[in-house]
Design a protein around this ligand. Structure first.
Ligand code: MFK
Ligand code: FAD
Length: 509
């Protein structure tokens, strides 16, 4: 065997060892908030190292299974998840990973920044429990925007449970949109029909092609209402429905059949299924035909969660690679002492910092928007940068993580290290919650709805940064900001010209 034993990379407290997160929070949070947020994140960072990370690895190694029939041939659709998955869900509730975002006693900036910073620490160790958390947050947000609590006690209860810190009381939600004929084009592809029982209660029938985290308690979904045997085609025929997955009294599935668990490239911890809906009891919770704009509330939240996942996966691989570079020796030097290796790490570090800062800025704007404190310019900016944030972070994280894996040499390719899973799970962040091209088209939608306001808000923001950098004689920021300002001003004038064409926005594709 030989005497040589290679020291393994060590996962340090992801908050206190992060070179930028504590500083960024100090800048973004009011003084009155920073100390308590930093203490909470530091304690949670310690819990991640001591407890959570091992559970996350267990969840990947012991993926969910579906038993459709019992020994006697009865259809049971029994989803079996590892105890580690349930434990992680409990930790998420206890730590307030959703509740923090809805704590109305906090300042606008603090609640969402604190929540997303905490999710940033959690995601790479979470065994992908952050997927149901994203949908849970999106559902809580959608329910609160619908503002129907007084009319629908079920929605009031759901909101309270989705935002609960008590693991025994807390719920998670699904988000069932994608069908066989269309995931991006939900309006064209949706073949789920809702037959009214009365004005609110409906029976849903259809086939949901990708449904993640099917151990959820409830879901929001889209369906086409049937009136007098007819349904409206396209997205204007879709309404939003709320349903519980199981009957409260019997625990039996609510007209749902779990047909198959998907065999996926990654996200193996996560039970993603094909579901047959056969007479599911559901409540119509949007106005007729307003399903897509209603569920857009959910999309705009889950897209920020997605960015947290992409950014924090880059951070995880960089921090492990950085630690490894101080332990691994090649050609007589530690890796960290080879300038070329250091340059590779430095490039990754820049990306890790950039994606984090971009994500925190979206969280800040979201908090301001939700508390009613955002200016019209900030609201427009939030709408614009949400799809850009999601598509950018989803796109850059895959090559970055691949580069990070190469920093470990052959060990980066070895399953027992836990490193390859980071790569597998990252690939999905560019696909779900809107692919890169579909989100590019969403930017055109922003342009159509806010005219130039969102884009001009962005240019104003950059101009402000350039002016500040000029007074501080920060040449690099002045240079980068000026060229970004120029590029964006040009983009706005291209859009203004394109808008005159009757084919707009199709003429831009
Ligand atoms: C760890 C992190 C994990 C994250 C969780 C992952 C779990 C996985 C979950 C999933 O993947 S769930 C499925 C996600 N699916 C998508 O993201 C669908 C992608 N497709 C789109 O986003 C399409 O652009 C869309 C379905 C929205 C197109 O629909 P339409 O109906 O053809 O679009 P249209 O007609 O332009 O817009 C309809 C209305 O919605 C308009 O409002 P009005 O009727 O009032 O004019 C739009 O302004 C509004 N709308 C659309 N997108 C919006 C929006 N409003 C606000 N924000 C948006 N993003
Ligand atoms: P398509 O819409 O067929 O897209 C195929 C390609 O065409 C893409 O590259 C896309 O960018 C491109 N494209 C499409 N339209 C245009 C256009 N107009 N212009 C240019 N390019 C275009 N969905 C749910 O509803 N709930 C879930 O819980 C869920 N979980 C998932 C879990 C996993 C692991 C995965 C992989 C997917 C999950 N999805 C879920 C589905 C996911 O949201 C969809 O796969 C995604 O939205 C893309 O839809 P699609 O697969 O139909 O691809």
């Amino acid at each position: 065997l030989g005497p040589f034993v290679q020291a393994a990379p060590v996962l340090e407290n992801p908050f206190t060892s992060d070179p930028i997160l504590p500083r960024a929070l100090k800048r973004l949070l009011p003084n009155s908030e920073y100390n308590s947020v930093a203490t909470d994140l530091s304690n949670f960072g310690q819990r991640i190292v001591k407890e959570v990370d091992a559970l996350g690895l267990l969840a990947e190694r012991d993926p969910p299974r579906l038993e459709q029939f019992d020994a006697w041939g009865n259809r049971v659709d029994n989803l079996i998840v590892t105890p580690a998955w349930d434990k992680l869900k409990g930790i998420a509730a206890e730590e307030g990973l959703i509740a923090i975002g809805y704590d109305k006693s906090r300042s606008a900036e603090a609640r969402r920044i604190h929540q997303f910073a905490k999710l940033y620490l959690f995601h790479p160790s979470s065994g992908l429990v952050t997927c149901p958390l994203a949908m849970t947050d999106g559902a809580a947000k959608t329910i609160s925007e619908l503002n129907l609590g007084d009319k629908f006690p079920d929605l009031k209860e759901a909101y309270n449970r989705l935002t609960s810190r008590d693991p025994k009381h807390a719920w998670t939600s699904g988000q069932w949109m994608t069908e066989k004929a269309g995931g991006s084009d939900v309006g064209g592809g949706c073949d789920t029909y809702a037959v009214p029982v009365d004005e609110v209660n409906h029976k849903l029938s259809g086939y949901k092609w990708f449904s993640s985290a099917i151990d959820a308690d409830m879901t929001l979904t889209l369906a086409r209402t049937v009136q007098d045997g007819k349904a409206v085609s396209g997205s204007r025929g879709l309404s939003l429905f709320f349903l519980r997955l199981r009957d409260q009294a019997t625990g039996k599935l609510n007209g749902i059949q779990m047909l198959k668990l998907k065999n996926k490239l990654g996200t193996k911890q996560l039970p993603t299924a094909e579901l047959l809906l056969d007479g599911v009891n559901a409540l119509k919770v949007s106005a007729e035909g307003r399903g897509v704009p209603s569920i857009a509330n959910m999309l705009n939240i889950t897209r920020v969660h997605n960015a947290v996942a992409s950014a924090s996966s880059i951070r995880r691989v960089v921090s492990l690679a950085r630690d490894w570079s101080t332990r691994r020796v090649a050609f007589g030097n530690k890796l960290v002492d080879w300038p070329l290796h250091l340059a590779t790490l430095a490039n990754l570090e820049i990306l890790a910092r950039g994606t984090l800062l971009f994500t925190l800025e979206s969280a800040r704007l979201l908090g301001r928007f939700e508390s009613g404190e955002a200016s019209a310019e900030e609201i427009a900016l939030l709408r614009l940068i949400t799809p850009i944030l999601k598509l950018h972070t989803g796109k850059v994280c895959v090559p970055a993580i691949s580069e990070g894996i190469e920093c470990f040499g052959g060990q980066g390719y070895i399953e027992d290290t836990g490193i390859p899973g980071i790569m597998r799970d990252a690939q999905v962040t560019a696909i779900w919650e809107g692919t890169t091209n579909v989100l590019s088209l969403d930017i055109l939608r922003v342009f159509k709805t806010t005219k130039f306001a969102a884009f001009e808000a962005f240019v104003n923001r950059i101009s402000g940064i350039v002016t500040k950098a000029k007074s501080g004689q920060n040449e690099k920021v002045v240079q980068a900001g000026t060229s970004l300002e120029k590029a964006f001003t040009q983009l706005v004038s291209t859009l203004k010209a394109a808008q005159k064409d009757p084919q707009f926005p199709a003429n831009l594709q």
